[in-house]
Design a protein around this ligand. Structure first.
Ligand SMILES: [Zn+2]
Length: 144
């Protein structure tokens, strides 16, 4: 299970394991007690090394909780805002932005098209960016 927190990724980079991650009061599964459970690492764009990400564990039901900065989807190194910006650029300028590999940007746009098809059906892709925002509002990863 993943817990999203408002975390400044730059501060996380600077403080490493000393970052003061907020600890949830109770387990969202069983309302049990949450204890710290070590760290994971995760890569984020603009940082050459993986960053330390706090893990928690419920001592009662043993669920492990991974944390993630809000503004990032699970398994994505780029921020959601970055992904949206690059898709928007492609749709309006009909060119990929030069700052990131085209393959990544293409992957995001193809992911968005799949999600639009899955959630809105065919013929609903008139405004992919609006669909992107609608998918986010539904809690869907719009680019996978
Ligand atoms: Zn629990």
């Amino acid at each position: 299970m993943i817990l999203f927190f408002d975390v400044c990724v730059k501060t996380l980079f600077e403080l490493g394991r000393n970052y003061p991650w907020p600890r949830p009061e109770r387990c969202s599964c069983c309302k049990g007690r949450i204890w710290a459970h070590g760290f994971d690492t995760a890569y984020f764009d603009d940082f050459p090394e993986p960053l330390w990400i706090r893990k928690y564990r419920c001592v009662d039901c043993r669920t492990v909780f991974r944390t993630r900065p809000s503004g990032y989807w699970s398994r994505f190194q780029a921020a959601i805002a970055t992904i949206r910006e690059h898709i928007a650029h492609r749709l309006t300028e009909r060119r990929w932005k030069p700052d990131l590999p085209r393959s990544r940007q293409r992957h995001w746009l193809n992911g968005l098209r799949k999600q639009i098809l899955t959630h809105f059906g065919t013929g609903a892709s008139d405004d992919p960016l609006q669909a992107f925002d609608s998918l986010i509002a539904r809690g869907v990863c719009a680019a996978s």
